[in-house]
Design a protein around this ligand. Structure first.
Ligand SMILES: [Zn+2]
Ligand SMILES: [Zn+2]
Length: 390
């Protein structure tokens, strides 16, 4: 399968570079989606487009007869980052960048579709290809599920891969159990009373109240979470005030809570509300807390991850499958894995020429394109093995 993937590598690389140059944010993936549709049409693969706005679902039927249905998923959205990778096919749109590898995921899934078409006589049942919008915290996967991506035909198992910049190109990883944290995004709006900088006694200073809330929230993970458990409460932004001589009436703090454990998540969410509102109230201000909605932890099914690792070993060689530790990132493929047994595979993309990984979600992110054919062959190989079984 890898040799076949190497044969179509130029096409996979071309698609990836084309998408990379034209990054599109959540639910704006019009050009990416239409490239996917053009490729599917060229290949004669039936599809439905316009799911969750820009999503596409396609099906490839095996010639051997009816059977199970395996979902392969790719995400299509980019991030609001100014690219500084230095590659010659870099983003042509200021402030937009494929910094999470979703350009590669989409191109690799198109590559896997090509490979599977050549193997239709080897499998029964259906491979369903899901190209989803808005993975980066904007609810793309749950909207695709609502739009019926997991039905007609119903999906029996699901598989996705994600590039991993700290893993060498040529290596992959797929283990059972929790791989990525559950996450939610919150906004704390603190309201006090503004006024003249020289008359603090007539005001309730939202900057000072906000600063106390920030410090008080640091105690939650440090003092209330069992040290052997994993949790993150990060405050990523704090905005308040306009001028040096005006006391601010409002402060807005945004952050994220992440854990592998749903009970711990509920505890932190409740305590974050109590601490924010309690500290604000003690200082005569108010705090209003909004949560966006939780993405569950990403948990790999034991038998599917074993199946995927075995398939990867046979396609790529035994020493190419390695163990990596779980991370506190989040991934909305977790919504699919809540409903369908499945797993996510990590695809190593670090070039041997780079002394340090080029991290995802940074302006310097880059990937070793020799990994693209590996990703396509891993996806096609997993599908073929799964649908040939029994
Ligand atoms: Zn990302
Ligand atoms: Zn991603």
């Amino acid at each position: 399968m890898l040799a076949a993937a190497r044969a179509i590598e130029p096409q996979i690389v071309e698609d990836r570079r084309r998408i990379h140059s034209h990054p599109e944010l959540a639910y704006e993936e019009e050009q990416t989606s239409s490239l996917v549709c053009i490729r599917l049409e060229e290949l004669g693969i039936p599809f439905r487009s316009g799911l969750a706005k820009t999503g596409v679902v396609a099906t490839i039927q095996g010639d051997v007869g009816s059977g199970r249905c395996l979902l392969l998923r790719a995400d299509m959205d980019a991030l609001p980052i100014n690219e500084r990778s230095g590659v010659r096919f870099a983003s042509q749109i200021p402030g937009r960048m494929h910094a999470c590898g979703h350009d590669a995921h989409t191109a690799m899934l198109l590559g896997a579709a090509r490979l599977l078409l050549d193997h239709r006589s080897d499998f029964a049942g259906t491979v369903k290809l899901m190209f989803q919008p808005a993975e980066e915290g904007a609810g793309g996967a749950p909207r695709m599920i609502e739009a019926g991506a997991l039905t007609d035909p119903p999906v029996d198992a699901a598989f996705a891969l994600h590039v991993r910049p700290d893993l060498a190109a040529g290596k992959v990883s797929c283990s059972a159990g929790p791989q990525l944290a559950g996450a939610d995004v919150f906004t704390i709006t603190i309201r006090g009373r503004g006024g003249h900088a020289a008359e603090p006694h007539t005001t309730i200073d939202a900057v000072v109240v906000g600063a106390q809330v920030v410090l008080a929230l640091q105690t939650l993970v440090a003092r209330e979470v069992e040290p052997t458990a994993s949790a993150v409460l990060t405050l990523g932004s704090f905005n308040a005030g306009e001028r040096f001589n005006v006391i601010a009436d409002t402060a807005v703090i945004k952050g994220t809570i992440r854990t592998f454990d749903n009970g711990l998540f509920l505890h932190l969410e409740q305590r974050m509300r109590e601490v924010a509102t309690g500290v604000a109230s003690a200082l005569q201000a108010t705090a209003h807390v909004d949560l966006l909605g939780r993405c569950p932890p990403l948990v790999n099914d034991a038998s599917m991850s074993e199946h995927i690792a075995a398939s990867a070993r046979s396609v790529l060689g035994a020493d190419s499958v390695v163990a990596v530790k779980a991370e506190m990132w989040a991934e909305d493929f977790a919504f699919v894995l809540e409903k369908i047994p499945g797993a996510m595979l990590w695809l190593g993309v670090k070039s041997a020429d780079w002394p340090r990984p080029k991290a995802i979600h940074t302006a310097e992110f880059d990937l070793d394109e020799s990994a693209l054919a590996i990703g396509s062959s891993a996806m096609a190989g997993v599908a073929l093995d799964y649908l040939m079984r029994e």
